[in-house]
Design a protein around this ligand. Structure first.
Ligand SMILES: [Fe+2]
Length: 174
């Protein structure tokens, strides 16, 4: 189970409590070692992702990805990536499709508004496969290393439109 944090900085250490929180959101959480590939090594070392790297990384990891989605691509963010300070997903939003991510390197932090209004953040790292159901209020931000390489899985309508909800994020901002 990935690390779950509350807005006061406390970590959910009881496995049963972590499972209850994940279940209450309907999240899919799984773990699989990402396939090692020359392309992934090149992307991490060079802090740059090309279309060819993306194709090779997807091919190497295809067998680890759920077959229920129609398409996939790779995204990569590094310190210095233009626009990093103004990530448009660091605001509460929902999507009409499931948001599915398989983390290949680095880490990312997904925040969620629980039924009832409490909030949690979940740190996902290499090997974490997370499915956020359509309609779930969430946000995304980078972790301490400011680096993430991940596969995005597409449903039938991959427009990535974010419907912003206006809910205030209770976690301290960076
Ligand atoms: Fe999102």
């Amino acid at each position: 189970m990935p690390t779950i944090t509350r807005p006061d900085g406390s970590v959910v250490t009881r496995a049963a409590e972590a499972e209850r929180l994940v279940r209450s959101l309907g999240l899919g959480v799984a773990k699989a070692a990402p396939a090692a590939s020359l392309a992934l090594g090149r992307v991490i070392a060079g802090r740059r992702l090309t279309d060819e790297d993306s194709r090779q990384i997807l091919a190497a990891n295809r067998h680890l990805l759920p077959a229920s989605h129609v398409g996939a691509d790779v995204f990569a963010l590094f310190p210095g990536t233009p626009g990093l300070g103004t990530l448009r997903f660091h605001r509460c939003h929902t999507h009409a499709d499931d948001e599915v991510r398989f983390i290949l390197a680095g880490e990312g932090i997904f925040g969620f508004v629980l039924p009832g209004g409490d909030q949690i953040e979940i740190m996902v790292e290499a090997g974490d496969l997370l499915r956020v159901p359509a309609g779930t209020e969430h946000w995304f931000r980078l972790g301490p290393r400011r680096t993430v390489v991940a596969v995005r899985l597409f449903g039938a309508n991959p427009d990535w439109r974010a419907d912003y909800t206006g809910t205030e994020i209770l976690f301290p901002t960076e």
